[in-house]
Write a protein that binds this ligand. Structure first.
Ligand code: ARG
Length: 490
């Protein structure tokens, strides 16, 4: 698939361009290079072939294409698949795009049958069929990678169900939480990402084939048949919309951006957790890099790069939104610019997710440092207020009282738990001996938040078990339909 596109223009190929009939001179080299897409759309070659074989099969069943032509097309396409897979296929810039390259080679191999393939279709419905097939496959891969990442995070969360760390708001120590609970927050984010992709997949998985150039075709085609052969769940209902719609690309890039935003937030935390001021954890050596001048350095480069790449995927989304905003119906060549942002988003998200699936199990939390950090900054203040409220003091008053207690501890530079009982009782007689165990101990603070969605170790274990059931059910799901294998018997 990665054979280079020839830059030496082949005059023969150029003369026999699929649309050269009405032109008196060949296209300028600049125009060829500037408007060609084969360099990047050749990655959809397998989907293009699949779409073509389905189209030819449908034409044959509809009485438009002979059995012999269909057999020739299938034979030629099977050879082209082999040529592409083994890297010997010659991609030609003068043939513009993946569609014309494959069609030209097919005609070279099987003659007239190749020339009949394009009956009743246009590159306009062909290209969006290819895009939809391609994206469907990639969406499935990304859905699976998200699940893999969730699994490694859930496994870590299980190990760290009891690990206490400071929870922050405004980047100020707020209340103690468990590291397991913190990690599970990302599992929730990636679950929404999965749900979005599953939802988008339904709108991707619709066949535009048969819309032809823009208005449909005069041949007695059976759109449902080609759709079914390709594993599409339905057919588009308006040809003008079908050939010009790129909503599914925008939706995908939007979902991809959110995945990267979540990865970027996780990265940001890994980066500061690893810095010397925090020392909350270490990442495995093979995921960090050194400095060329400072021998002591160990930098979280993967997390930083991921944080940076999030910007690039958001950029892909913006490219597409702006690309589409002024396009009149129906097809316009501008639409060809949809591919690179979508491909870039796919590549970046896949690469990043794979990296994190590999990296996260190697994260080594420093439990002692996390605990120490959780003790600083009066994280038990809310629990002391709750303690008083449970004894009948209105919460606002408890809040006031605890504010004064915090001021005293702050002057003494000690933790609330280090204040003697007599001193605590000077603020209110509601405070009794049990305050140390019930309100001022970090373990009690986290354990007390024992309801669905709370940070208690119990709840973390409950969530880990819930997720593991979900993963088990996912593993039992059937693998997605492979249209190419089904159509070409490959
Ligand atoms: N390479 C083109 C694209 O990606 C294929 C469609 C070309 N259609 C046309 N009418 N020139 O959009």
């Amino acid at each position: 698939m990665n054979t280079p596109v020839t830059e030496n223009l082949d005059p023969l190929a150029q003369k026999s361009k699929a649309w050269s009939g009405r032109f008196s001179e060949p296209v300028a080299d600049f125009v060829l290079r500037y408007t060609a897409s084969v360099d990047f759309d050749k990655r959809m070659a397998m989907q293009d072939i699949t779409g073509s074989v389905a189209h030819a099969t449908m034409l044959n069943k509809s009485g438009v294409l002979s059995d012999q032509d269909l057999a020739d097309i299938k034979r030629g396409m099977a050879q082209i698949v082999e040529e592409i897979r083994s890297g010997v296929f010659q991609w030609k810039l003068e043939l513009e795009d993946v569609h014309l390259n494959i069609e030209a080679r097919l005609t070279q191999l099987v003659g007239d049958a190749g020339k009949r393939l394009h009956t009743g279709r246009s590159r306009n419905d062909q290209v969006c069929t290819d895009m939809r097939l391609y994206m469907r496959d990639e969406i499935d891969v990304i859905i699976e990678l998200l699940s893999n990442l969730q699994e490694v995070l859930v496994a870590k969360a299980g190990e760290e169900a009891d690990t206490i760390m400071p929870g922050f708001t405004h980047m100020q120590v707020a209340q103690p939480v468990t590291l397991g609970h913190h990690l599970l927050a990302y599992v929730e984010m990636f679950e929404r990402d999965r749900a979005r992709l599953i939802d988008i997949r339904r709108r991707v998985n619709v066949s535009p084939l048969g819309s032809a150039a823009l208005a449909g075709t005069t041949y007695p085609i059976q759109r449902e048949l080609s759709a079914q052969l390709l594993g599409f769940e339905g057919v588009t209902q308006n040809s003008l919309d079908a050939v010009s719609d790129r909503d599914f690309c925008i939706e995908f890039c939007s979902a991809a951006s959110l995945i990267m935003v979540h990865i970027s937030r996780l990265s940001e935390e890994l980066i500061y957790w690893m810095c010397q001021r925090f020392k909350f954890m270490m990442l495995p050596d093979r995921f960090t890099t050194g400095s060329s001048i400072m021998p002591q350095k160990k930098n979280p480069d993967v997390a930083e790069t991921a944080r940076g790449k999030a910007g690039r995927v958001c950029g892909d989304l913006i490219s597409l939104v702006v690309l589409m905003k002024g396009l009149p119906l129906a097809y316009n060549k501008d639409s060809q610019e949809d591919k690179e942002p979508v491909f870039d988003a796919i590549d970046t998200v896949k690469d990043t997710l794979r990296g994190f699936v590999d990296m996260m199990p190697g994260m080594e939390p420093n439990r002692a440092e996390m605990l120490k950090a959780a003790q600083a900054g009066f994280p038990t203040a809310t629990d002391l207020a709750d303690y008083l409220t449970k004894k009948g003091l209105p919460f606002r008053e408890s809040h006031d009282v605890v504010g004064s207690v915090v001021r005293l501890a702050s002057e003494r530079d000690c933790d609330l738990a280090e204040l003697p009982l007599e001193e605590l009782r000077s603020f209110t007689k509601l405070i009794e001996e049990d305050v140390y165990e019930k309100a001022l101990k970090l373990e009690s603070c986290v354990a007390a938040r024992d309801h669905v969605g709370g940070t208690a170790p119990n709840q973390v274990r409950f969530q880990v078990a819930r997720w593991n059931d979900i993963f088990e059910a996912r593993h039992a799901e059937p693998k997605p339909y492979n249209a190419l294998n089904a159509l070409l018997g490959l």
